[in-house]
Design a protein around this ligand. Structure first.
Ligand SMILES: [Mn+2]
Length: 348
């Protein structure tokens, strides 16, 4: 398993030099953030980013994420041109030596939380999702703003977009995902890129919008849509783990044995009620997931791909992008290092 860290490019306040000092850190997972969704990522920009990262002594072989334009998820006639742009981006990424591309297929909203700085009992702050609170939220009224949301939406444009989804069923969304994958996976395969879909976060429908990548059965359906070594998964333990019915070690063993896991996010989550959770520290006893069993499952199936410690809490007075501070993610990294060393030595 190769440890990476998410970095938001030159605008990220964390220096690459700091990230490199985390024990075991090998690489960066990042993206081109200043090209509008749907347009082609120019090769020069990708090469520049790669050079910056490599100059800091880190590898750059995974992208998170190349976003999918809403017209593709909606299945609008404009999708063919947008898919061709997506393929051109994949070709450029292949030329730059990128091996894994993460994406997701969540309508309108990316990962969603009810609170970004909820204070935990030890004084740290974490992202939480409280179902009661979210049920009362109305995104069109603009009474909330969350990371992951495209802040360029005005209230009007958001309403228009959500209206377009109002009649869409989950099966419609599956059909549009299949159309997309049938067009991009052959291009990814030729360019030796592994596509990794990130599960929906949280793994249930929100604000009346369909969500489909939520559980083992849906991951199975996804990998069967297109039979190719390039069509696979980003297992996010915290996203899938927000549903107590998802058995994460079992999911890892099942898809790991099929070589369908192309990237992994490792974090813990604590269930606090029906459809409610807190993002906990990585340590098993702080959340509802068994992190030892999770890391062991990856090791048992011989997973050798990239992973990253996912969202951390804000600790030690750090401020910054919620979930993406340095300190707690670094603690997560060294904890995973410890688990891996113990698991490997135990097998000798
Ligand atoms: Mn994730």
């Amino acid at each position: 398993m190769e440890m990476t860290f998410r970095w938001y490019g030159e605008s990220d306040k964390l220096p690459l030099e700091y990230i490199r000092q985390i024990p075991g850190m090998k690489g960066i997972v990042s993206a081109i953030y200043d090209v509008p969704v749907g347009e082609v990522w120019p090769l020069e920009k990708i090469i520049d980013l790669k050079n910056t990262i490599e100059a800091a002594g880190l590898e750059f072989t995974s992208i998170e994420s190349v976003p999918v334009h809403e017209d593709i998820k909606l299945g609008l006639p404009t999708r063919d041109l947008l898919i061709e742009n997506y393929n051109e981006t994949l070709r450029n990424l292949g030329k730059a030596g990128i091996k894994v591309v993460i994406y997701n297929f969540m309508p309108v909203f990316d990962w969603t939380r009810s609170e970004l700085d909820h204070e935990l009992s030890d004084g740290s702050t974490a992202l939480i999702y409280d179902n009661e609170t979210v049920l009362k939220m109305d995104p069109i009224k603009g009474d909330l703003s969350l990371p992951g949301w495209d802040s360029s939406y005005t209230k009007e444009s958001l309403k228009i977009l959500m209206d377009k989804y109002s009649k869409m069923t989950k099966e419609d969304l599956w059909n549009n995902l299949e159309y997309f994958l049938k067009a991009i996976i052959p291009v990814a395969e030729i360019n030796e890129i592994k596509m990794a879909i990130h599960p929906d976060d949280p793994p249930w429908s929100i604000f009346g919008l369909p969500r489909i990548i939520t559980c083992k059965d849906s991951l199975e359906r996804l990998v069967n849509l297109v039979d190719s070594p390039s069509n696979g998964l980003c297992i996010c333990t915290g996203s899938l783990g927000a549903s107590p019915t998802n058995n994460i070690p079992e999911i890892i063993r099942y898809f790991g044995a099929k070589n369908k896991i192309h990237f992994t996010h490792i974090r813990n989550v604590k269930h606090t009620g029906e459809h409610s959770f807190e993002e906990a520290a990585h340590l098993t006893e702080y959340g509802s997931l068994d992190m030892y069993e999770i890391v062991k499952a990856f090791d048992d199936v011989g997973f050798s791909g990239p992973f990253r410690p996912d969202h951390g809490r804000m600790i030690w007075g750090e401020t910054g992008k919620p979930g993406y501070g340095l300190y707690d993610r670094a603690l997560g990294a060294v904890y995973i290092n410890g688990l891996l060393e113990a698991i490997k030595k135990d097998k000798k």
